[in-house]
Every structure is written in C-alpha cells, then in structure tokens.
Design a protein around this ligand. Structure first.
Ligand code: ZN
Length: 197
C-alpha cells in the first residue's frame, strides 16, 4: 500500500491518487499533504542551470558603490559577509549559508534531480539529493538578504551618493530564478519518479 505521513501531526494515511489541480489534506489536522502538480523537469533544469551560471557574478561582482567625502567604496555580498566575521560571526555564518551556500546547493540539487528525470535515470544518489532539496528549500533565503540590503541602501542614501553596480542586477536575476525554481518544483512528483521504477 502506498502511504504518506503528515509532516504536521505524523498521521499515516493511504496515499490517494489525485487528478491535476486537486490537493490532498490530512484527515486529522487538515494541513496540505501534497498537491497534484506535474513539475516541468525541463523547465526546472533550465532555471537551475541558469541560476548556477549567474551565481559567480552575483556573489563576486560589486553590488553598490558608495561615494562619501570624496572616497568611493565598492562592496559585494561575500565581502560584506566576511566583514561581519570579526564582530558577529554567527550573523556572518547565517548570511553566508542562507544567501550563498543554500541557494547554490539548491540549484545544484534541482539541476541534478531534473536532469535525472529528463534522462530517465534513477541513480542511488537521487534519494539523498531529493532529501537535501526538501531541507534547502527552507534555508534558501536570498530574498531576505536583498530586502535587508535595500533597506540599508535607503537609509544610507541620505548620507552618501550610491551607484548600483552590475552585481546587484545579477543578484536580483538570481533571486527571480531561485523563486521560479521553487514555485515550479514538486517534491511529491520527484519522489514519485524515483520510487516508480
Ligand atoms: Zn496532519
């Protein structure tokens, strides 16, 4: 029997076969168990590959130039996070993990699993990759970094001249790709592919 466990109350129930557009809910707590959504693996593969290509310039190119008292300073995401290491190491670790490591790993995992579906291959590595994808979706928080960065820029705007650099455009493009990938991804669909030989 094909079963499914509710992530909210641990109720084990028989997995219903859903038609597209329907949602399976837990009989006890009414939380969503899964949606009948056929993920487009080719689209996710294209998004993930583009995200991986955009990641190096997004993290290494300068995001903004700050011109104050005749001096111009440029900074990128990694430099900003590394500057925090001395006086706020935990914050620096969280920024590096949630804004750099998790989004890149997520794109790599989705790239691998989508390529497996497109090529119709089921390697053993696919199972840990799918588990890691479910975890990384919650830790990839590029949007939180960009929102806090924009708030800091608005505050700084009254004291210094700011010039937006190419890195910021790459970072926003990476965020859009990351969010599109997550919206398109279906955990249940990918696991179905892995378990249905
Ligand atoms: Zn439940």
């Amino acid at each position: 029997m094909n079963t499914i466990i509710c992530r909210h109350c641990d109720l084990v129930s028989e997995r219903p076969v859903l038609t597209k557009g329907y949602v399976a809910k837990c009989a006890r707590c009414q939380h969503t168990l899964y949606k009948a959504k056929a993920a487009n693996a080719k689209k996710i593969l294209a998004l993930a590959l583009t995200a991986l290509l955009l990641a190096p310039p997004a993290f290494s190119f300068s995001l903004v130039s700050v011109h104050l008292l005749g001096v111009t300073e440029q900074t990128n995401l990694l430099q900003g996070a590394l500057l925090l290491i001395d006086f706020a190491p935990i914050v620096a670790f969280v920024v590096i993990f949630c804004a750099v490591v998790a989004p890149v790993l997520l794109a790599a995992c989705m790239c691998f699993s989508s390529a497996c579906i497109v090529l119709n291959k089921r390697p053993r590595l696919l199972s840990p990759v799918l588990k890691m994808t479910s975890l990384l979706i919650h830790w990839s928080m590029l949007e939180v970094y960009i929102v806090s960065f924009m708030v800091a820029l608005f505050k700084l705007n009254s004291y210094a001249d700011l010039y937006y650099d190419n890195g910021l455009f790459f970072l926003v493009a990476l965020l859009i790709l990351n969010m599109s990938m997550i919206c398109e991804y279906s955990n249940a669909y990918y696991w179905d592919f892995f378990t249905n030989e």
